[in-house]
Design a protein around this ligand. Structure first.
Ligand code: DC
Length: 227
């Protein structure tokens, strides 16, 4: 009799700019393949909300560094998604998606100490997913396939025409200067938004959400079937 093989655990990295189709597709993939869904943008938003609450300015490097070191993270499971706790509290969605956070998040996210503070936490979510008996993780962000999980089983980079992305955001009822955020996110020195070498780059401008999902799901399904 052969020993039972451990069921495969996969990591899916999805990077891309705001409103490129990451969130919708990663949530559907999480559901379909029983993966933990991790929206790392919500983590940068949570840290930004916390820093704004503490009155920390992006211009005060000493204060940002001290505040970044003092962050204590935890995780709560909300359906299939990892919700980050800071100091034992999950910051509500209304707060992390507010106009003030939209305006500040890219500036805090460009500071290396802030990124370092989140690095180990994000990688540790793979262990959290295993403990919770998920079959893997689907993590969306800007640097997942390049920095957080460069060895991920699947790495996707989604992009779309800026006008189409602005239209999508408006439809969601969000006021968000995505072009400006993308400019800051793409030009920062540390972990800029870019398509990592070897990732599958997909233009979602003319695809429906369902078509984006199927484009990503096909290689994942094949990957599971092959194990
Ligand atoms: O995905 P989002 O639009 O909610 O992300 C908010 C901001 O967080 C985005 O403008 C840049 C930053 N971010 C990042 O720098 N790295 C990530 N992995 C995810 C988000």
């Amino acid at each position: 009799m052969t020993a039972p093989t451990a069921s495969p655990f996969i990591i899916v990295a999805i990077d891309g700019g705001a409103a490129s189709g990451k969130s919708t597709s990663s949530k559907v993939l999480a559901e379909r393949f029983h993966l933990l869904h991790v929206d790392t943008g919500s983590f940068y938003r949570g840290v930004t909300a916390e820093f704004l609450r503490l009155g920390v300015s992006t211009k005060d490097h000493t204060a940002v560094t001290a505040a970044a070191h003092a962050l204590r993270f935890g995780t709560k499971l909300h359906d299939r998604s990892a919700a980050m706790e800071i100091g034992g509290r999950v910051i509500p969605d209304t707060e992390i998606r507010s106009r003030i956070v939209n305006e500040n998040v890219s500036h805090f996210a460009a500071i290396p100490e802030v990124r370092t503070a989140l690095l180990a936490y994000q990688r540790g979510l793979a262990d959290f997913a295993r403990e919770q008996n998920f079959r893997g993780v689907v993590m969306e962000g800007r640097d997942i396939g390049s920095v957080i999980f460069p060895g991920a089983d699947f790495r996707f980079f989604l992009h779309a025409d800026p006008l189409e992305r602005a239209r999508r955001r408006e439809k969601e009822g969000h006021h968000d200067s995505i072009t400006e955020r993308d400019r800051i996110d793409s030009t920062r020195k540390t972990a800029p938004l870019s398509c990592p070498a070897g990732a599958l780059s997909i233009d979602t401008t003319h695809l429906t959400p369902a078509q984006v999902v199927e484009t990503l799901a096909a290689p994942i399904a094949a990957g599971f079937a092959a194990r």
